[in-house]
Design a protein around this ligand. Sequence first.
Ligand SMILES: C[S@@+](CC[C@H](N)C(=O)[O-])C[C@H]1O[C@@H](n2cnc3c(N)ncnc32)[C@H](O)[C@@H]1O
Length: 241
Amino acid sequence: MFTLFPDAFGWFERQRHVANAIARGHRLGYVNYRDHTPLSAGQVDDMPFGGGAGMVLRVDVVEAALRARYGVDPASPAVDRRVIALTPSGRLLDDAFVDELAQEERLTLLSGRYEGFDQRVLDHFVSDELSIGRYVLAGGELAAMVVCDAVLRKLPGSLGHEHSVLEESFSQALEGAPEYPHYTRPAEYRGWDVPEVLLSGHHAKIREWRREQSRERAASARRPAASAQPRDTERTEGPLP
Ligand SMILES: C[S@@+](CC[C@H](N)C(=O)[O-])C[C@H]1O[C@@H](n2cnc3c(N)ncnc32)[C@H](O)[C@@H]1O
């Protein structure tokens, strides 16, 4: 992770599945652009040519950081990894993209700040641009954590139950559909009952019901948005516990 704020990842590394992945030998590393800037006083950004608000991360600063870490010209074919710039307008992260990234032995994520990167960073040092959604965050650190979180939980051993990664929203096992609903105890709460089939102990029927629910969710996600549904609390007469 190339970032101006490596400390931002402290909390992330303490999360169970991330800690598990690290304990199994996966490594997260951080490079602070500022530690390698060739400019004085730790400068990493500059005013945009042509004017306008905000500052732009300089191409020479990003190059110096990449060179310091990998020891090669980041614009050369010697770079042996995908170098991914986090940008709001990049390829949208989805489950297929996460699967693709989880196959890679090593990944580099470049976090931007301010107005983002000098375009020459994107044109010459980067293999992919990745967006976590069509909105703008103040910096790439949260986006980098989103990517790492999604990728790490696909790796063997990072979750307690391997099965949970195989059959979850958007997975191949569910034909790309959202996951089915889950319920736990109590079986009855304020008059809101758990579907009978889940209490039946009939595994084939449960599987069938879940698959059906998942397909219905996929179909309703494709339908144009209806007006917001009233919340359950507004629909029920049940007393509060
Ligand atoms: C304030 S944003 C720059 C926005 C840029 N001026 C634009 O309009 O596209 C600063 C940095 O946050 C990160 N960022 C913001 N939103 C993001 C998103 N939706 N997905 C991935 N990274 C994002 C990028 O690294 C970006 O360089």
